[in-house]
Design a protein around this ligand. Structure first.
Ligand SMILES: [Zn+2]
Length: 187
């Protein structure tokens, strides 16, 4: 699995690509939703086995639909843009599933149940762009085990790949903005 830094960068890239108006609430939503599936570590930490519930149904199409509809519902209650909240949630959640499938996974069952509830099969790309984040299943060592040379290397790789994609999106957005008046002016 990639680190929360990778998922937060993917959430930020989603927001940068989809929200022309740069709304802070949508940025927070995109980053939260992009990281949300990995909250499945919490029940495991409570029962003494951090990995017990990881890569289960929070990493699936079914969870994507539930979370995105919930985000749209909250946006509606708050009088915010429902369509923007729904679309950003769908893409940010999907980015988490995609990144996890593109990462090294050394624990069975390998991959994620991406299509649950349509299928219980686990999916993992044969080609890995990201390293795994090594951690202890023992809750007393879980947090300290995250600080290792291997995990530092994993995070640096994530920053290079996803930071590069984010930078590309920001530069493309900026060049679109700078050409808009010229295009309008030529109408
Ligand atoms: Zn995950």
């Amino acid at each position: 699995m990639p680190s929360p830094i990778a998922h937060s960068l993917a959430g930020t890239a989603t927001w940068a690509a989809m929200d022309r108006r740069r709304r802070i609430a949508l940025f927070v939503l995109a980053v939260l939703v992009a990281d949300l599936p990995d909250l499945d570590f919490l029940p495991g930490l409570l029962v003494g086995d951090a990995n017990r519930f990881h890569h289960a149904f929070s990493h699936s199409l079914g969870a994507l639909v539930v979370v995105s509809l919930a985000a749209a519902g909250v946006a509606r209650l708050l009088g915010a843009n429902v369509r923007a909240a729904l679309s950003i949630s769908v893409v940010a959640y999907a980015s988490h599933l995609l990144l996890d499938m593109l990462a090294v996974d050394t624990r069975a069952p390998y991959g994620i149940p991406a299509l649950w509830p349509l299928s219980n099969a686990y999916f993992l790309s044969p080609v890995s762009f990201f390293l795994d984040v090594r951690r202890s299943a023992d809750p007393s060592r879980f947090w300290i085990s995250l600080f290792s040379n291997h995990n530092l290397h994993a995070v640096l790789r994530e920053v290079v790949i996803l930071g590069g994609i984010l930078l590309g999106i920001l530069l493309a957005r900026r060049s679109c903005k700078s050409t808009e008046p010229a295009i309008r002016g030529s109408d």
